[in-house]
Structure formats: C-alpha cells, structure tokens
Design a protein around this ligand. Sequence first.
Ligand code: AMO
Length: 445
Amino acid sequence: MDKVKGIVNKDTVEFSEFSAYDGQVVSIKGYVHRIREMTGFSFVIIRTAKDTIQCVYAPEFSDYRWDEKIVEEACVKVTGKVVSSQDAKGNQRYELQIHNVEILSLPAEGLPIVINKKQLDNIQLSTVLDLRPISMRNPKERAIFKIQEGIARGFREYLMKQNFTEIRSPKIVFAGAEGGTNIFKLDYFGKEVFLAQSPQLYKQALVGVYERVFEIAPVFRAEHHDTSRHLNEYTSMDLEMGFINGFEDIMNTEVGALKYIMNLLKTEYKEYVDILHADIPEITEVPTIKFMDAKELLMKKFKYQPQDMKDFDPTEEELLGKYAKKELNSDFLFVTHYPSKKRPFYTMDDPNDPEYTLSFDLLFRGLEITSGGQRIHDYNEQVAKMQKLGMDPEQFETYLLLHKYGAPPHGGLGIGLERLTMHLLGAKNVRETTMFPRDINRVTP
Ligand code: AMO
C-alpha cells in the first residue's frame, strides 16, 4: 500500500539557489517566457512563479536538439548546467546552459496579447481585465498582487502580535449594516436576504467574546456608478477592539499596522516594490484634523466651495491630501468627528457635541482608504438611535444581544484593500489593483 507522507518531492531548484549549484546540472520548471534567436545560439527565458531565468541553447552544450514545437507559454522542464559570470557592475549573474528540454504542455494557440515585455504596453484596461488569467502572467502585473498579499499579510501578522483573533463572518446576512441603497438583495429560498456590506454586526458581536478581532474578507456594495474607486465586491480589512479608552486607540492601532505593513513591503517584498517603482511611505506619526476644520480649510485656503457639508467629494479629499503632504509632510491624514447624519446607526455620537461623532476616516495620498470609530455599547442608547433613524430594533434582535447582555466600550475600522494598493502603487483605477474586479459592467472572468 502506498502511504502519503506529506512531503512533495522536488526535482527542481529555485533561481535563488543557483549560486549553491554553480557548475552543476540542475532542473527548473516553468513557462517559456521568450525565445531570442541569435547567431549560433538562442536565449530562452523561463518564467517560474517568482523569477525570469535566462537559459542558453547552443548545440555545443549537449546532444539535445531544439524541438520546434516549443513556443512561448509552453510549460517545460529545463535541465542544464548553472554557469556564472560577472556583469558590468561586478555582480554575479547566473544562467543555465540547456542540456535538455522536456515538454510538459503546449499552448493550443498563440497569445492574443504580448505579455513577455517588462510591462503590458498599450493594452486597454478592459482587455487586460478580460484576459486576467494570462495578462497577470506579465511580471509587472503579477507583482501588483504580491504587494497586495504583503499588505494583507502585514495586517494579519501585526494584529496577531497584538492579541487579535481572526474571525469569519457570514456574507449572506439578514440586514444591511452600513445603510444606504447600495445593498444587494438575494432570494434565499423565498426569503429576502442580503449580501454583507461589511462584517460590522458580527465583528462587534465577537468583541463580546474575544475582545479584539479582525477579518480580511470580501464585502459587497451595489454601487450604481462606474467610478475609478468603487467596486461592487472588494476586500475589507476589518478590525474591532473592546475596552478602548477612546477612538484614538483605534487610530493608533491602524498607524501601528500601517507601519508594520510598509516595513514588510520594504523588506520581504522589496523585489516587487522595485519592479513597480512603488513609493512606500515613511510613517512616523499621522496628523489629524476635525471634519469641520477641514471644511474650513478647504474654503479658506483652497477657496473651494463644498457642495455637501456632511461629507467630502473626491476633489476635497485630493486637496486635503495635497495639504497633508505639503504642509504636514505626511502621506496620511486622519479626519475625525464626522457629522452624525452621515455615519451609520452604530456610530457613537460625541457627548460634547452630538451633531458630530467619535469617528474618523483615513485619507492616503488624497483618497479615503479607511472608515472607523467608536460604537454605541449601551443597549438603550443603541435602541434609541435606531428608532430615531426609523429603523426597527426588532429586526436587529440578534445584533442587540451584544448590547443587551453587556458590551465593553469598543470601536474599530475597515480598510479597503484594493484602494490602499491602488494609491500605494500610483494606479489610476482601482480595477488595476483588483484581481478579478466586479463592477456594474463586469462579472467575468
Ligand atoms: P465604509 O463603508 O466607509 O466603512 O468602508 C470602509 C472602507 O472600504 C473601502 N470601500 C470601498 N472600496 C472599493 N469599492 C467600494 N465600493 C468601497 N466602499 C468602501 C474604502 C472605505 O474607507 N463598517 C465600516 C468600517 C468600520 O467603521 O469599521 C465600513 O464598512 O476604503
């Protein structure tokens, strides 16, 4: 009987291990990224999950004779000798002298776009997205989502170190948590239910259990507009913490997480940062401004007449971003104390001025990437606020179990992962930093 030991046999080496195999024969597996025929020899670039490795085919290296069936995007196992040389700057370079190529699979047809340049040149975003499974094979495209991995990993690692517990909340829910009309309705065996706009109600419930919780998961917003910063499904990095002394604890946790994330990107994700020329911000401390002070600044300093005194439009966010960078030397700016009318029912009003809330948004290079704040923890206060907003507390009976049976002072935040990635990489459209975006016009691939 065969027994499975849980060890995957490896008959190949990584490019990073080449120095240890200098002069020896090794194998690599990957895609034929590019073939460049020269006089008397060819360069064959093999793309592995991480690297693009230069291999050289010349009849003098072995008895192997090149198989003309091997074209770009063929999957192959290449065996050859590792040879080293020095480049003009004196750096050690490694390549593989091909001894044999084993075909593992051949593409059925030629590629519809060129993917083996440094970046995808002159290809419309819609085409890039239509062909995502292959356009993402381009080294620059795939680097975007390694950076995104780094952000989510940094968020998780930092919070685990701060004693947060990772949770999984349902995405089919009984009620909307964020208000507004941007909620998807679902026929659930004849009953109307919804796709979760956020894990808000559940992360609060679980504060009552674990005190500090976080979740990185998809959320759904029925956005009817086709904008460069809205998706209908995005990844929300949420956290919620109990026994706080104020919403400043939440902002401090976010700054701690962002510092950790940026440091992780600069170190363990450096190669991707370099490929993308990403401008990773230095964070020491993040300035804050109250919502109404920000409005005044926009009117006085920038002579901008706001249309809406309850929220910011994209131009206002951009102007505030410029102000933060130029005058405060910060890529980030917290705006605090948003008007009560614009914040969801769970938000705690400022006891000193109930027109405003103990809440904040974080702007990163002039774009809102986070909302957060302190929540109402008192049962009667929460029921009263729901009633004031015309909501039916009975519909939220299970949510209110938290408040009814004792909730600590608590608060939290949600960060849009794709938006953060977008501004970190200087992308113009959030779809560029979304693996498989969902918008009003797109549900494929
Ligand atoms: P909010 O609704 O402001 O807050 O969302 C939090 C963050 O999510 C991102 N975001 C989006 N990203 C892409 N497409 C969208 N349609 C979209 N909508 C929002 C933004 C935003 O700052 N429950 C609260 C958070 C909390 O208080 O804990 C919430 O969901 O980056």
